[in-house]
Design a protein around this ligand. Structure first.
Ligand code: DOR
Ligand code: ZN
Length: 334
């Protein structure tokens, strides 16, 4: 049995820099026609100069593939001239509340101060991508942030707002409340709950932000993804960290899913009799929401078992060492 996907898109991806970029970029660029590349480098992508540097680095690391990197700027206060100049090169600005996740120091401290920049973004038609977590109790952080989304959606009705990596039933419900509110969801939040991370022996490779939630939250995420809710896009949040940063006291947040995304999505959608919806979930919805035109690329998966490598360099992937029922067999246009 085979399955073909046309120009799959990963609308939330961490590619890093240097040797890590060189290691992981190909693993996304071979299976996807494009990806939204996050700007949370150690020194964030927060200027036209940094954008030019990072665009060139990503381009060089993916040049062997048919792949469109959709770059983002790290949210801070910008003037109109800067955003107008950046606009042709970016898909949006990514807002991190200060300190909520990896490399988010320097993020927004006072949500009251972001409005002048949002006004410019709304005028220029630049989407706002948000890591929506409060600084509250870890399981409540996303739900506590939902009122911020609602307020922004009301105050800036022409601004496209993307709730990144949603993890709760409440966030799924909010999607239908405001026409300018959209969301991404990850593979790992469709598959795991907090039990998988911390219910038995602690599993550092499943530790991420936002943290995996309750079974009923996962059920709501699955239900929306499996019917390809038109305001929901696939965004992996694949976030590589070296083994030494994961299997250590003070484990870094991030699940490295890039090499296993399409086989595991195929398995999930097949298990729920939803394979016909996978194309919309993994590409068509994002094209409609962002108006992107990714390069043509056909990915063929076969229902042939595949053993996931134990590691890629010093990065341990999701489902490391396990055998999956599906694998990618051909990638046209490579
Ligand atoms: O788990 C996460 N890792 N969540 C994020 O929001 C950032 C990411 C990273 O960059 O490692
Ligand atoms: Zn992320």
């Amino acid at each position: 049995m085979e399955l073909q996907l046309t120009s799959p898109l990963d609308m939330h991806l961490h590619l890093r820099e240097g040797a890590m970029l060189d290691l992981v970029a190909a693993l996304s660029a071979r299976d996807f026609a494009g990806a939204v590349v996050m700007p949370n480098l150690v020194q964030p992508v927060d200027s036209l100069e940094r954008l030019a540097y990072y665009g060139a680095a990503v381009e060089a690391a993916t040049s062997n593939y048919t792949f469109a990197p959709y770059l983002t700027l790290f949210f801070r206060a910008y003037d109109e001239a800067t955003l107008a100049a950046a606009r042709p090169q970016i898909i949006g600005l990514k807002l991190y509340p200060d300190g909520v996740t990896t490399n988010s120091a320097g993020g927004v401290r006072d949500l009251g101060e972001i409005e002048p920049t949002l006004t410019i973004m709304e005028r220029l038609g630049i989407p706002l991508l948000v890591h929506g977590e409060s600084h509250g109790f870890v399981l409540d952080r996303e739900v506590e942030f939902l009122s911020v989304y609602a307020r922004l959606a009301r105050r800036f009705p022409s601004l496209t707002i993307v709730m990144e990596h949603i993890t709760t039933a409440a966030a799924v419900a909010l999607l239908d409340e405001y026409p300018n509110l959209y969301a991404t969801v990850t593979l790992h939040h469709l598959l795991i709950t907090l039990d998988d991370l911390a219910g038995g022996l602690l599993q550092p490779h499943l530790f991420c932000k936002p943290i995996a939630k309750r079974p009923e939250d996962r059920a709501a995420l699955r239900s929306a993804a499996l019917r390809a809710h038109p305001k929901l896009m696939f965004g992996s949040d694949s976030a590589p960290h070296p083994l030494s940063r994961k299997e250590s006291s003070g484990c870094a947040a991030g699940v490295f899913t890039a090499p296993v995304i399409l086989p595991l999505l195929a398995e999930l959608f097949e298990r729920h009799d939803a394979l016909p919806q996978l194309q919309a979930f993994v590409s068509d919805n994002a094209r409609a929401i962002y108006g992107v035109r990714p390069p043509a690329k056909t990915i063929t998966l076969a229902r042939t078992p595949w053993a996931v490598p134990a590691s890629y360099g010093d990065v341990v992937p999701f489902f490391a060492g396990q055998t999956l029922p599906w694998q990618v067999v051909t990638r046209s246009n490579d």
